[in-house]
Design a protein around this ligand. Structure first.
Ligand SMILES: Nc1ncnc2c1ncn2[C@@H]1O[C@H](COP(=O)(O)OP(=O)(O)OP(=O)(O)O)[C@@H](O)[C@H]1O
Ligand SMILES: [Mg+2]
Length: 598
């Protein structure tokens, strides 16, 4: 886990000592999601109320049964059975209703959260580890679900048992009740203190589990790399270290839990023994009817049990509040565009320009990645970006797509700052073919149709043909319905690129942003990809990060980047004449090409 999250967890811990009004406010945010099912929920509470009343009556009837005379033994027994029947039926409906309401509310929370997360800007994702985000979201929503289904009901039932039980006792003997009340507060106090320690450890365990899950997710996602480097043992070690860290913390937490268990045994049953001793004394002195003592003891037992239960309920409530806080903090992050805008305005891109753009990534503000980059790109023209690895080419593509905000300088579209242009309209107008194509799990059809989800069969096939992908797609027994695995592992690099090109063709964008793959293809697939790219770029405004000479040569303007600065600009011939870095690169590639042919 990164330093940052551990730190914020610690902060959350410090804030999380006692329940506060502001915490209840957090919980009330969840209730907003329960809102649409208010009626059903209220019905659930009716059943809860019934079980609360029957639980309160239970010790009374049980006490009666224990001290009943042979004459009314049967009646008492029947009463008892009736009560249990009512309680079990009410419990059934309470559980069913609460589960129904909770699952519906949870579905709404999950949907909302996902839709908000997916609309967050790139900056957010670059500062988080995706695996950790995943497991947090999963465990935090289930935490909330647990609270809505059981914890809340247990909390209310526990409270009613304690208050109701004491009230009932007070009617029988004020003196004995006062004695019980005197014993209870110290018990509660100790319980709370233990609860705090136990909670602290369970939170730490949760964090460690999240961190170890991150390892699992990352290694499975990059399983090829793990295997190719034969680093299974190294990963196993890394994971084992994390996992044994969990054991250490959990075991230390276990000591507290063990101590708590023995305290409950000793303290609680000790207190009950005290009550019995005190009550028996009162019976001897004639201050209390003998048969009332049974009832008293039973109530004392039930009240004690409820207090023990309340402690864990209290801990669970706090966890839920922590979880709610995490989830709603995520929900309050500012999205990069209006989440609910269904249909965006359309724009007609006639000119794109960078003007003295300076840029550093928000996660590495000390490194200036782009330094005063300027260029103009008119409709239908091609701009090629060339330069060494790490010179800032892909960064320019990211800024064009407005993945990040620019600190200095301005990107304009039709002379209007990009930051003022409707983001959805802008992204609808462009298509991006990335450096390494990641296909989504699903069929080839779905992957191509990603460019235009409303496209019909014929359009998809046409795009595939234009992208030189149709031939190999037809070669698969299932054609367009071929599944490409979670990350498209069954397709070769060149095939993946052509799928990505088909996707872009289907979108028919006004502006094309192409980050050419650096990976070498064999000359045949290189030829196929090249042809597809030419069709895609034809007559279209394009920004191309180019590695192949053939792509660059046809560009109207070439920018040579060096450490974030534009050092040369012009057409291919002009740059060759200048004899700078570009001329050098071309010479190198020609040499490489020539040697490849042998
Ligand atoms: N998300 C990021 N956060 C922080 N720094 C980044 C990020 N992406 C890239 N960088 C840094 O910005 C610089 C430029 O990276 P960029 O990806 O634009 O290079 P490039 O020219 O596309 O290189 P290549 O030809 O290898 O793809 C590099 O120093 C890189 O380390
Ligand atoms: Mg790049």
């Amino acid at each position: 886990m990164s330093e940052r999250t551990t730190e914020s967890n610690n902060k959350a811990d410090k804030r999380r000592k006692t329940l506060k009004i502001s915490d209840l406010k957090q919980l009330s945010k969840i209730f907003a999601y329960v809102g649409p099912h208010k009626g059903l929920w209220a019905l659930g509470f009716v059943f809860l109320l019934i079980t609360m009343i029957t639980s309160l009556l239970f010790p009374k009837l049980l006490g009666g049964l224990m001290s009943s005379s042979p004459d009314n033994l049967r009646d008492n027994m029947l009463q008892m059975m009736g009560l249990l029947l009512v309680q079990s039926i009410a419990s059934f409906f309470r559980v069913v209703i609460f589960v129904t309401v909770t699952e519906r509310a949870l579905a709404a929370i999950r949907e909302d959260l996902y839709s908000r997360l997916i609309h967050l800007p790139m900056t957010f994702f670059s500062s988080k580890r995706v695996g950790e985000l995943n497991s947090r979201v999963a465990s935090d929503t289930s935490q909330i679900g647990e609270t809505l289904t059981t914890t809340l009901a247990e909390f209310l039932r526990g409270i009613s048992m304690v208050i109701g039980g004491i009230t009932i006792l007070a009617f029988t003997s004020i003196k004995l009740t006062l004695f019980i009340v005197a014993v209870i507060p110290p018990l509660i106090l100790v319980t709370i203190i233990f609860g705090r320690f136990i909670r602290k450890y369970s939170k730490k365990v949760q964090d460690e589990v999240a961190a170890s899950n991150t390892i699992v997710e990352e290694t499975f996602a990059g399983i090829q790399t793990v295997k190719a480097f034969a680093n299974e043992a190294w990963e196993r070690n890394r994971y084992a270290k994390r996992v044994s860290a969990i054991v250490g913390i959990a075991v230390r937490g276990g000591y507290y839990r063990g101590a708590f268990a023995s305290f409950i045994t000793f303290g609680l049953f000790g207190a009950i023994a005290l009550v019995i001793w005190f009550g028996a004394g009162m019976v001897h002195e004639g201050q209390l009817a003998g048969e009332k003592l049974n009832e008293f003891i039973l109530y004392a037992l039930f009240i004690g049990g409820s207090i023990g239960g309340l402690a864990s309920v209290y801990a669970q409530l706090q966890k839920a509040i922590g979880a709610t806080e995490t989830i709603f903090n995520l929900m309050e992050e500012t999205p990069e565009m209006d989440i609910n805008s269904e249909n965006a305005a359309s724009i007609d891109v006639s000119k794109v320009a960078f003007s003295k753009v300076n840029f550093s990534y928000p996660t590495r503000t000390d490194v200036q990645v782009l330094k005063s980059v300027s260029f103009d790109l008119n409709r239908g023209k091609t701009l090629a970006l060339v330069g060494r690895s790490g010179s800032g080419k892909s960064t320019i593509a990211s800024l064009l797509m407005r993945f990040y905000a620019i600190e200095n300088g301005v990107v304009t579209v039709n002379k209007k700052p990009l930051s003022e242009i409707d983001l959805k309209a802008w992204r609808n107008a462009l298509a991006f073919v990335p450096q390494d194509v990641l296909l989504f799990g699903g069929t080839i059809r779905e992957n191509i149709a990603y460019g235009d989800t409303k496209a019909g069969e014929e359009q998809i096939i046409e795009a595939a043909k234009q992208a030189n992908a149709w031939e190999f797609i037809q070669g698969f027994p299932e054609g367009l319905e071929t599944t490409v695995g979670e990350r498209g592992v069954q397709l070769s690099g060149g095939q993946r690129q052509r799928i990505a090109i088909a996707r872009a063709l289907l979108k028919d964008p006004q502006l094309l942003i192409l980050d050419e793959a650096t990976s070498a293809l064999d000359s045949e697939s290189e030829q196929l990809v090249q042809e597809a790219l030419e069709r895609l770029m034809k007559g279209r405004t394009s920004v191309v990060i180019a590695h192949r000479l053939s792509t660059i040569r046809n560009a109207d303007q070439i920018l040579v980047l060096n450490e974030g600065e534009v050092t040369e600009r012009g057409s291919h011939d002009e740059l060759i004449d200048q004899g700078g870095i570009y001329a050098e690169l071309v010479k190198l590639q020609n040499v490489a090409k020539a040697s490849n042919e042998f």
